[in-house]
Design a protein around this ligand. Sequence first.
Ligand code: ZN
Length: 343
Amino acid sequence: MLSLVGVAVCAVVFSYAHAQSQSPQMAHRFLPIAPGVYSAVGTGTLSVVSNSCVIVNAEDVLIVDSHVSPEAARVLLREIKTITDKPVRFLVNTHFHYDHANGNQVFNAPIDIIGHEFTRRKLLGDVLAKGTIFAESLAALPNQIEQLKQRAAAEKDPAAKARLDQQVRVQTAYAEQVKEVKPTPPNVTLNDHLTLFRGEREIRLVHLGRAHTAGDVVVFLPKERVVCTGDMLVAGISNLSDGFVNEWPDTLEKLRALDFTDVIPGHGDPWKGKDKIDHWQAYLRDIWQQTKKLHDEKVPAADAAKRIDMTKHKDHYPNITAPGVAPIGVVRMYDVMDGRADR
Ligand SMILES: [Zn+2]
């Protein structure tokens, strides 16, 4: 069953790549950020969803985040061989979310999986249960595929139609690939920090406080001045469903205090500098204040989500086109305000 899915995906990847460029297209681009440090970004031929960072050391390789499915992780491990023949020795989970940790199970001994104690607890617990971000994403998947099919059928431009057809194939394959997931927790945990010395490379894993989840870990390379931020800071608007929006700006202040230039985020392209910290802090403080007011007026969370207006942040977040925010984030903020979110 699984090998058949793999064959189907390969066939799709090959035929698409063949049509595009006459050469097989990989599922990742490995963007060099510093010597031996890469951002692995999906090319769209496979559902990977989140970025991974690849850190090639003197003798071994450390990977940050394992993608959205075991299949995506296997393809990552295969394609890393195009940039290094050194063995993968460590996987780091920036947090427990499915799109960063669903590939964990293919990282077998002697590879160590490192993450926050909270991440281990979550991955041993109810991450697949109803109401979690993973369950919600799976519930939405059939409808998403159906809408992509309808858009593809209606599309007149051949190039745009080819892109939509590819998305249909990729998402349909993902719906099968995800059935294989067995949540696999870190076997090495940290609370505050843990530092790895691999040859000349110093790799600091630090928990700066609660933010996107209660167990966010950032990976900081002090010599190369690179930081992998997971979803604490991404190119766009990060999901708030397991966040501590009230504490997040202070945690970002601790991120700012690290001496880095290059950022590899959990989603989106890498960038340089610290300006995005200001933009994201401003967004978080604003959404928390607006939510608090509606919460104190006893407005139900679903109604509050429609009324919260973040349009003044649209210069930094072009996806914002009208008032209204994702209800799941508002429900979470209400939980935090009511003391129902201790995790
Ligand atoms: Zn996340």
